[in-house]
Design a protein around this ligand. Sequence first.
Ligand code: SF4
Ligand code: SF4
Length: 294
Amino acid sequence: MIVCREEEHLSHLVILSFSCDYSRKLHYVLCLLFIQLLVRMAVRSKGYPYGVGIWNTPFVGSKYKKDRLAELNRRKQTIDPSETLNPHKFFRIKGRFFSIPALFMRPFSFRMIMAISHFFAPVLGLAARLLEPKPSDGWKVPEKEEEQGRSLLHQSAQRCTSCGSCISVCPAYHITKDELVTGRTKLRLAEAMMNGAELKQAEAHSPFQCLHCGLCEEVCQTHLPLRDCYLVLEDWIANRFGSPVEIVQEFVEKLDSNREYIKDIFGLDLPEWSPDEKLSRVPDAERRSEGGRE
Ligand code: SF4
Ligand code: SF4
């Protein structure tokens, strides 16, 4: 996001984004580079980046004067001496592999990379166009039975852009305030499981708090088959940690006490269930034909 200014008055707010696909790494990197080149052009036209962070380090001089930056740095050290908040991303950039890749993100080297990229922009632009996914390159969604769902979850996690759109529309998230119930985090959890990460039972069981309503699928920018992914993930978790009957029961009780809210805000009709029912998975909620978000 860039703000452009004329004299002391702000005149334009430009929001840059692109629909990325991590599975097409080269195309993804080129798109990212072009965004940075556009920011660079905007900065040269008296604009400045609205946010701060690792991608905006080359433009920090256009946003803050030196003394202001030093003051912010001092405040950060006072408030967050152990670098808990967004660590190593702005004032001191560090990373994996002895921080060697992070060297490229330092303002000086990043500026050099952009200057070189600017020079070669026509060639890079051509390469980006050639690499652009064609409509015929459509994703062949793996069946959820294939390799016990590994391909489906692996490819979906790769295609998830972490945009977060699935979070705000998720009724389970609004009821639980637990991000582990949302599409984005469930895909990350699946990746962690595939990579052999140690999980605590409580965090592994959170994803069962899901109505399988599909609202997340409707907003997903990469059109991921999220509900099929959840079914596979729940099966994996149940096989490793058992079915979380009590967690599901508690969640169902919370849903019960929020029936009207879920209907009014999300347009969902919850199924009827008996209070004593021991559910191992929450039954699917259905969209109402009128009202709600429709
Ligand atoms: S299916 Fe519904 S409850 Fe489950 S993650 Fe998606 S939006 Fe949330
Ligand atoms: S909406 Fe889709 S792409 Fe965006 S974070 Fe959620 S699952 Fe990922």
